[in-house]
Design a protein around this ligand. Structure first.
Ligand code: AMP
Length: 395
C-alpha cells in the first residue's frame, strides 16, 4: 500500500519532496508554469501542517554537467511568485552548504535544490548520492509522476533512507486513475489508441485485450493493422516489424470478442506539410502515392458513437499528425467527443505525451476526469507494469 500525504503527521518535520519541475524555458524564463502550479497543493499542505519543505527536481538533460541554461533558478523565481513568499535556493543539490540550509529551515520555509541531473549519479541511482540527498529531510514524498518509470537516486535510491515515505497529491491522483479506476471499470470500457509506433503500445493493447469492450485504433498505427487485413494503404505508415504481432492481436480480439475498431476513411496527402493538398478517401481507396495522415469525417462519427456509449474511456495517442495544421482535426474531434462523454458522466483518462498536449492545447484539461502528466510512466502504469519509484514506496 502506498502511503498518501494526508496520512502523515507533518508538524515540525522536514519534508523532502521529489517534484517534477521539468518545465519548458524561453529566454531564461519559465515558458509554461503548469507543472509548478500542479505541485502547489502538496507543497502548501506541508507548509500548512507546520512542516518545512525541501524540493528537488531535474530539468532537461544536462547529462551530469552543470549548465546555466538548465538551472532551476527561474523555476525558483516562479515558485516564489506562486507561493507569494521568498524561498531558499542552493546551487548544488548535495553540497554541505545545501544540507546546512535544509537543517536550518524553520516551519513553513521552502528550500529548492539545484537540478539533480547536474550529477550523473542521479540517473545511475548511485547509493552515495541517494544518501546525501536523504540528509535533506526526515519524511520523503514523491510527487513526480513523469519519472516514476525510471529508477533514479531521487525517486528510488533515496527512499531506502526513510521510514516515513509516501506519495504527494499528484502521484496519488495518477495512481487512482491509471491503476485503481481501471481495475474496476464501469462498462462499456473503450480504449482509444493512436500515434505512430505499434511497438510502444503493445503492452497496453495486450492488457486491454483482456479487459476492454472495444479498442479503437487510429493514427499511423492503424495502417499496419489495415495492411494485415489486406487493405492497400498506399504510402501510409506500416511497421513491417510488427505485422505478425498485428495479426495475432486481430485474432486474439476475435476470440475474446473484443471489438477492434479501425478508421473507415482517412485524410490523405503526398507530404506532411501545412500547405499540402489533402483529400478524403475511404480506407479501401487510398491512392497508391499518398499517405493517410488523419482520420476522416466518417471515422470521427464512428469513433464518436463508440465513445458516447462508453462509461470508461482511456485515450493514448493522436489520431493523426496533429502537430501539422490540416491533419489535427481527427485528434481535436476525438478530444471533444471524450469531453462530451465525461460531461455526461463517463470516466475519461488521457495518457500523458501527445494526447495530453492535444487536450491542453484545446483547453479541455478540466473537461476530462484525468489527464496524466507522465508520458512513459502513464503508458507503463496503464499497461499494468509496476513502476520502480512506486514499488520502492510500497515496501
Ligand atoms: P507515438 O509516439 O507512437 O505515440 O506517435 C506519436 C506521433 O504519431 C505524432 O508525432 C504524430 O504526428 C504521429 N502520427 C499520428 N498519426 C500519424 C499518421 N497517420 N501517419 C504518420 N504519423 C502519424
Amino acid at each position: 500500500m502506498l502511503k498518501t500525504l494526508n496520512s502523515f503527521d507533518l508538524k515540525g518535520k522536514r519534508i523532502l519532496i521529489r517534484v517534477d519541475f521539468n518545465v519548458p524555458l524561453r529566454n531564461g524564463n519559465v515558458a509554461d508554469d503548469f507543472r509548478i502550479r500542479a505541485a502547489l497543493p502538496t507543497i502548501q499542505h506541508c507548509i500548512g501542517m507546520g512542516a518545512s519543505v525541501v524540493l528537488m527536481s531535474h530539468l532537461g538533460r544536462p547529462k551530469g554537467q552543470a549548465s546555466d541554461e538548465l538551472s532551476l533558478i527561474p523555476v525558483g523565481e516562479t515558485l516564489a511568485d506562486l507561493l507569494e513568499k521568498s524561498i531558499k535556493f542552493s546551487h548544488d543539490c548535495v553540497s554541505e552548504d545545501a544540507r546546512d540550509v535544509s537543517l536550518g529551515l524553520s516551519p513553513g520555509e521552502v528550500h529548492l535544490l539545484e537540478n539533480l541531473r547536474f550529477h550523473e549519479a542521479e540517473t545511475t541511482n548511485d547509493t552515495d548520492f541517494s544518501q546525501l540527498l536523504a540528509k535533506h529531510g526526515n519524511v520523503y514524498i514523491n510527487d513526480a509522476f513523469g519519472t516514476a518509470h525510471r529508477a533514479h537516486a531521487s525517486n528510488v535510491g533515496v527512499a531506502a533512507h526513510f521510514s516515513q515515505r509516501g506519495v504527494g497529491y499528484l502521484v496519488e491522483k495518477e495512481v487512482k486513475f491509471l491503476n485503481e479506476v481501471i481495475k474496476r471499470p464501469k462498462r462499456p470500457l473503450v480504449v482509444i489508441l493512436g500515434g505512430a509506433k505499434v511497438g510502444s503500445k503493445l503492452a497496453l493493447i495486450n492488457r486491454f485485450l483482456d479487459e476492454a469492450d472495444s479498442i479503437i485504433i487510429g493514427g499511423g498505427m492503424a495502417f499496419t493493422f489495415l495492411h494485415v487485413l489486406g487493405i492497400q494503404v498506399g504510402k501510409s505508415l506500416i511497421d513491417q516489424s510488427r505485422l505478425k504481432t498485428a495479426e495475432k492481436i486481430i485474432e486474439t480480439a476475435r476470440s475474446r470478442k473484443v471489438d477492434l475498431i479501425f478508421p473507415r476513411d482517412v485524410i490523405c496527402a503526398s507530404e506532411i506539410s501545412e500547405g499540402a493538398e489533402r483529400s478524403v478517401h475511404t480506407v479501401n481507396e487510398i491512392p497508391e502515392d499518398q499517405m493517410g495522415l488523419d482520420i476522416g469525417p466518417e471515422s470521427v462519427a464512428l469513433f464518436d458513437s463508440v465513445i458516447t456509449s462508453a462509461k470508461t474511456i482511456i485515450w493514448n495517442g493522436p489520431m493523426g499528425v496533429f502537430e501539422t495544421p490540416g491533419f489535427d482535426e481527427g485528434t481535436e474531434k476525438t478530444a471533444i467527443s471524450i469531453a462530451g462523454a465525461t460531461a455526461a458522466g463517463s470516466i475519461s483518462v488521457v495518457g500523458g505525451g501527445d494526447s495530453a498536449s492535444a487536450v491542453k492545447n484545446l483547453k479541455l484539461m478540466d473537461e476530462m476526469s484525468h489527464v496524466s502528466t507522465g508520458g512513459g510512466a502513464s503508458l507503463e502504469l496503464l499497461s499494468g507494469v509496476a513502476l520502480p519509484a512506486l514499488t520502492v514506496l510500497e515496501r
